[in-house]
Design a protein around this ligand. Structure first.
Ligand code: T3D
Length: 267
């Protein structure tokens, strides 16, 4: 039987996905990549899912690439040929980033422990990131002679600006969840004992909201980074035109007028 490297469960409209290689701090093997991508695809195509919540089992969130994996770890024997890490990025990390960034529902990361290398950027690709107070974020790449991948070069300057992005990535120091919140790298740091409940409550809240508007908000904010103000205003008009025809908009306004809770159904 295939080992379950991603645990999947459903609570209401929230799909909880748990990275499950705790002995290696949930670092990525090819098999874990394949299972995570399959689980995200499944959630994306299941209309019963209105929010995905991603976390790690054990004491870590994700320590990035499994450096003991012989398919990527360098052979230190003299004359040994180098592994093509570009292929690893193209085959696994790039599709994972695109899958996350293009999910048709919001994605929340509950960072329960250390998030290093690709593991840190896996979390940062999620829409809302909550970290346990004991969790940390490490752009570990420079320490092993690599650049930030998993979308790090694109994400970090957008999240915290060039200066902090370079400080974090050149030095590769451990950043506590509290400091990550302080500099705007993540949404919120909470006490360890509160993480699971707070993340689940937040995910349930997002699941009850108008999904299309949430996803369009993500796309508009990311897309606006490469637009002029005039172009961004035109894009806002375009998206708002589309959402204005959606049932969820009518429902939101009707619920407001009737002073009742809305029931959003579009996805
Ligand atoms: O394909 C490519 O390579 C290109 C793509 C690269 C993407 C990347 O993610 S590159 C960055 C890879 N990750 C790292 O460099 C982080 C390596 N890990 C660490 O620096 C530390 O483990 C942590 C700071 C994350 C945590 O430290 P600590 O002291 O809390 O735990 P530990 O004792 O180091 O680790 C616990 C166990 O997990 C340990 O195993 P053991 O001794 O108990 O059997 C350790 O070897 C294992 N582990 C941790 N990280 C990895 C790992 N095993 C394999 N790969 C890992 N990345």
């Amino acid at each position: 039987m295939t080992e379950a490297l991603i645990l999947s469960s459903q609570s209401g409209a929230v799909r909880l996905l748990t990275l499950n290689r705790p002995d290696a701090l949930n670092s990525f093997t090819a098999a874990m990549h394949e299972q995570l991508l399959a689980a995200l695809d499944q959630a994306a195509h299941d209309v019963a899912v209105r929010c995905v919540l991603l976390t790690g089992s054990g004491r870590g969130f994700c320590a990035g690439q499994d450096l003991a994996d012989p398919s990527v770890a360098p052979d230190t024997a003299p004359g040994a040929s180098a592994k093509d890490l570009g292929l690893v990025i193209e085959r696994f990390y790039a599709p994972l980033v695109l899958r996350l960034q293009r999910m048709p529902v919001p994605v929340v990361a509950a960072v329960n422990g250390v998030a290093a290398g690709a593991g840190a950027n896996l979390a940062l690709n999620c829409d809302v990131v909550i970290g346990a107070r004991s969790a940390s974020f490490i752009q570990a790449f420079s320490k092993i002679g690599l650049i930030p991948d998993t979308g790090g070069t694109w994400l970090l300057p957008r999240l915290v600006g060039r200066g902090r992005a370079l400080g974090l990535t050149l030095l590769g120091d451990k950043l506590s969840a509290a400091d990550a919140e302080r500099i705007g790298l993540i949404w919120k740091c909470v006490d360890d004992a509160a993480l699971a409940d707070e993340a689940q409550t937040l995910a349930q809240r997002l699941a009850a909201m108008p999904t299309q508007a949430l996803v369009a908000t993500r796309q508009a904010i990311d897309g606006a980074q490469r637009l002029t103000l005039d172009e961004a205003l035109a894009e806002e008009a375009q998206i708002q035109r589309k959402l204005g025809h959606a049932d969820d908009y009518r429902e939101g306004v009707a619920a407001f007028a009737a002073k009742r809770q809305p029931r959003f159904v579009d996805r």
